[in-house]
Write a protein that binds this ligand. Structure first.
Ligand code: NAP
Length: 328
C-alpha cells in the first residue's frame, strides 16, 4: 500500500492571488483554507454572501484552533486572520458571471491561479434564464466565460500561473453529442449522464485552451477528487436515501473527507513541482488516464465552436482574439 496523497505546505506571497469558485463548502472550502494558510490571497467566488461569510468565519475558527494546538507547519502563516475574501458569483447566470468578471477586472489585481471548482450534480432537468441546461451552464459554460475574460490578466501576472478544471471520473460515463447538449427533448435527459458530460467538457476545454496558448504562460490541468463526502448530492431527489448511502460509505471509509478530496486540487495549485504541468487529468496527485472522448481532438474543437456560439454576446472581439491565441 502506498502512502496517502498529500500536498506540500509552501510559503506563498500575499500578492499571489487565487480564485476558488464555490469555496464556501466541500472541496473548495478546504482548498481555500489550506492555500490561505500558506499566505496567498484567496478569493472565494460564491453565489451566497451569507454562506461565504459563514465559511470565512469557520475557516478562521479552525485556523485559530490549529494555532492553539501547535499544529502550524513551516510554510504556514501565523497571523490573526486568514487572507480570504468573498466575491459574488452565481454561475447559473451569465449576467452575474459577467458582473463578477467586471468587478475582478476593475480591482486591477493580478491573478495567478484560477480553480474552477464550483459544481452541481444529479440535478433534475432545469433550464436557466440564459436558456441552458443547469449543469452545463454552472459546471462548464460560465467557467469558460471566466477563463476567456481573465486569461489576459493571468498572462500578465508573472511566472507560474495555473488554471485547474474540476472534472470527475463521471466524465467516463458521458455521451458526447452537442445536438442534445441542452436536452431540448426531455426523453434525452439523464441527470447523471448530463453531469458526466459537464465533467467531460472540463477536460476538453483544457485541451482546446492549451492548443491556443502557444507560449504556455498559463498551465492548464484537470483533476478528479475521488468520491468525497460533501454537499454535492444535496439535490438528489431521495435525499434521505442519499444521506444514508453517504454515511454508510463514509463509515466504510469508501468516501473521502472534504480535506482528502481537496488534496489533489491544492497540490495542483501550489506544488512547485507542478509548475508548467499541462494537459493532465490528475487523480491522487498523479496524471491518470482519461476517456477517448476527452482526448478526441475533433470533439474538443466541436465543443469549442459550440461554446463560442453560446457565449457570442459576452465575448467581444478583443477577448476572442486573445483567447484564440497568436495564430488566429
Ligand atoms: N464530491 C465528490 O465526490 C466529487 C467527485 C468528483 C467531482 N466533484 C466535483 O468537485 C467540485 C466541488 O464539489 P463538492 O463535492 O465540494 O460539492 P459541494 O459541497 O456541493 O460544493 C459545491 C460548491 O459549488 C457551489 N455552487 C453550486 N452552484 C453554484 C452556482 N450557481 N454559482 C456559484 N457556485 C455554485 C456551491 O455553492 P452553494 O453552497 O451556494 O450551493 C458550493 O460552494 C464540483 O465541481 C464537483 O462536480 C466532486
Amino acid at each position: 500500500m502506498g502512502s496517502s496523497p498529500s500536498f506540500p505546505v509552501v510559503s506563498l506571497p500575499r500578492d499571489r492571488i487565487f480564485i476558488v469558485t464555490g469555496g464556501n463548502t466541500g472541496i473548495g472550502y478546504e482548498a481555500a483554507k489550506h492555500i490561505a494558510m500558506m499566505g496567498a490571497t484567496v478569493i472565494i467566488a460564491c453565489r451566497s454572501e451569507q454562506r461565504a461569510n459563514d465559511a470565512i468565519k469557520k475557516m478562521n475558527e479552525e485556523y485559530e484552533q490549529t494555532k492553539k494546538d501547535g499544529k502550524l507547519e513551516e510554510g504556514h502563516i501565523n497571523e490573526d486572520k486568514l487572507p480570504v475574501e468573498f466575491m459574488k458569483l452565481d454561475l447559473a447566470s451569465l449576467k452575474s458571471t459577467m458582473d463578477f468578471i467586471e468587478a475582478f477586472k476593475a480591482s486591477g489585481r493580478k491573478l495567478q491561479v484560477l480553480l474552477c471548482n464550483a459544481g452541481l450534480a444529479a440535478i433534475e432537468r432545469e433550464i436557466t434564464d440564459d436558456g441552458y441546461e443547469l449543469q452545463f451552464q454552472v459546471n462548464y459554460l460560465s467557467h469558460f466565460l471566466i477563463v476567456a475574460h481573465l486569461l489576459p490578466i493571468m498572462k500578465t501576472s508573472g511566472e507560474d500561473c495555473r488554471i485547474v478544471f474540476t472534472s470527475s471520473i463521471a466524465h467516463k460515463f458521458a455521451r458526447f453529442d452537442l445536438d442534445k447538449a441542452q436536452a431540448q427533448n426531455l426523453s434525452d435527459f439523464d441527470k447523471l449522464r448530463y453531469y458526466g458530460n459537464s465533467k467531460l467538457y472540463q477536460i476538453q476545454h483544457m485541451f482546446s485552451l492549451l492548443r491556443r496558448q502557444h507560449g504556455q504562460q498559463v498551465a492548464v490541468m484537470s483533476y478528479h477528487p475521488g468520491g468525497v463526502n460533501t454537499e454535492l448530492g444535496r439535490h438528489y431527489h431521495n435525499l434521505r436515501l442519499y444521506s444514508f448511502f453517504l454515511s454508510a460509505m463514509s463509515t466504510l471509509r469508501i468516501f473521502r473527507t472534504p480535506f482528502q478530496g481537496a488534496v489533489t486540487l491544492v497540490d495542483a495549485a501550489v506544488n512547485p513541482e507542478k509548475k508548467g504541468l499541462n494537459g493532465v487529468y490528475l487523480v491522487d496527485c498523479k496524471p491518470a488516464s482519461m476517456s477517448n472522448a476527452a482526448r478526441n481532438e475533433k470533439f474538443q474543437e466541436d465543443l469549442w465552436t459550440y461554446t463560442l456560439e453560446c457565449l457570442k454576446q459576452y465575448l467581444p472581439q478583443d477577448v476572442l482574439s486573445a483567447l484564440e491565441g497568436p495564430s488566429s
